[in-house]
Ligand binder design. Structure first.
Ligand SMILES: [Zn+2]
Length: 421
């Protein structure tokens, strides 16, 4: 089960200046002014070209330096919004190279790194931003977020408390802060029980045995390779935080009730000890890890541009078989009620989740069947195209139509045929 935060975006508002001819060689002036004109038309690439040439002619002009930085940062922000974090980072690096004390550039770079999951570098740049402009609340909030994702809850709390003190009505931050406090209470008792593998950091309570820990880490690494390959070579930089619990601790943290087998909310959280205090079977642990890890990769690919049924369908499909038993349950439901309309499966709220357990399990089952059908009938390549189409499309049905030439009605028909085979 996933819970998402969307990709961070900073609103950029830069002024850039024209040059008058008294001060400058006329060619540099001309290039600068053409750059400004392109910038004002939001053609940042062209602006960068002109301004770079102007700067090479007048390398000491502060005005040209600032103009070029602003053009680089404006384009960087656009690339960030499109999810091209690598490109965004390269551009903002250009601005930092011009002036290493550019507060806003460090803040932006921190955000881009945070969006691309490179936590340690993100922390470095956000700390720098806070040093350059202490008291700028968004920078403190983002630094808190980076600490939090790195599992340093105490440092995260310090930043967030400061922000909330200065501005108590940041509602979303307040919720995030409260959740972090709940986690801290539970996870503090884990003391410093942390294990690591190449791509994962594992935190767990004392009673989790060495056997489970090493098993969990090895399954995580397998999932990293296997799911990453299946979804087109997606390997998050990490380290990815994974927290193990017993079932009571898990409920205290996520507050979602008993039927939930795991959560991905930026960290993978999985209960591995049941109410009787027994360890879950290897197979069950493996299934939960694969399921949640699919959400990690899907988040890396699509952030929040993923319909619920695609996200859960993939997670189910890569963590367990769509067996005859599942087929029969779904078929029986379909014969009585028909499929759940796909537009209702695009977003599922926590309220739906608690409303009816049977309904929820059918929603999972239908999503599983759908992804299984698309994957097995049309192949991996098509599915990867579908994922790219989701990134670009206004809505999921448009993406389905573009790639599979099916609308939701056609998709339903295909799924019904598939389960009645
Ligand atoms: Zn899930």
């Amino acid at each position: 089960m996933p819970k998402y935060f969307s990709c961070f975006v900073i609103s950029v508002f830069f002024f850039i200046c024209l040059l008058s001819f008294e001060i400058f060689a006329s060619e540099a002036m001309e290039l600068n002014n053409q750059g400004v004109e392109a910038y004002n038309l939001k053609d940042y690439e062209k602006a960068i070209l002109f301004l770079s040439r102007a700067l090479s002619l007048s390398p000491d002009s502060e005005i040209v330096q600032n103009n070029l930085s602003n053009a680089l940062q404006a384009l960087a922000e656009e690339e960030n919004k499109r999810g091209n974090f690598k490109k965004a980072i390269e551009l903002v690096d250009g601005a930092i190279k011009i002036n290493s004390n550019n507060f806003f550039a460090h803040l932006q770079k921190g955000v881009f790194l945070l969006n691309s999951g490179q936590l340690l570098d993100a922390i470095r740049h956000l700390e720098m931003a806070v040093r350059l402009k202490p008291g700028y609340l968004d920078a403190h909030e983002l630094l808190g977020e980076a600490y939090y994702r790195d599992n340093d809850i105490l440092s995260a709390r310090t930043q967030w408390e400061y922000v909330l003190q200065m501005e108590p009505n940041r509602k979303q931050l307040k919720e995030r802060y409260d959740k972090a406090c709940r986690e801290e209470v539970v996870e503090n008792s884990f003391s410093k029980t942390v294990s690591q593998s190449r791509h994962f950091n594992l935190t767990y309570p004392k009673e989790i045995t060495y056997k489970i820990r090493s098993y969990v880490l090895s399954v995580l690494e397998q999932a990293y390779l296997e799911i990453g390959r299946k979804l087109g070579g997606i390997f998050p930089a990490g380290p990815i935080q994974v927290i193990l619990y017993d079932i009571q601790q898990f409920e205290a943290v996520v507050q979602m009730g008993q039927t939930v087998g795991g959560v991905y909310d930026g960290k993978i959280r999985i209960p591995v000890i049941n109410e009787e205090g027994e360890e879950l079977s290897d197979e069950e642990i493996r299934r939960r890890i694969y399921h949640e890890y699919v959400h990690v990769v899907v988040y890396e690919l699509l952030k929040d541009k993923v319909p619920w049924w695609v996200n859960e369908g993939l997670a189910e499909n890569f963590s367990k078989e769509f067996s005859n038993r599942e087929k029969m349950i779904l078929e029986k439901f379909v014969n009585n009620n028909g499929l759940i309309p796909y537009n209702r499966l695009e977003k599922i709220s926590l309220k739906d989740m608690f409303a009816s357990e049977t309904k929820m399990s059918l929603a999972y089952l239908q999503s599983h069947a759908t992804v299984n059908m698309l994957w097995s009938k049309y192949g991996q390549g098509r599915f990867l195209n579908f994922i790219q189409a989701l990134k670009r499309s206004e809505n999921p049905e448009e993406a389905i139509r573009n790639i599979y030439h099916l609308d939701y009605a056609g998709l339903s028909k295909g799924v019904i045929q598939f389960i009645q085979r």
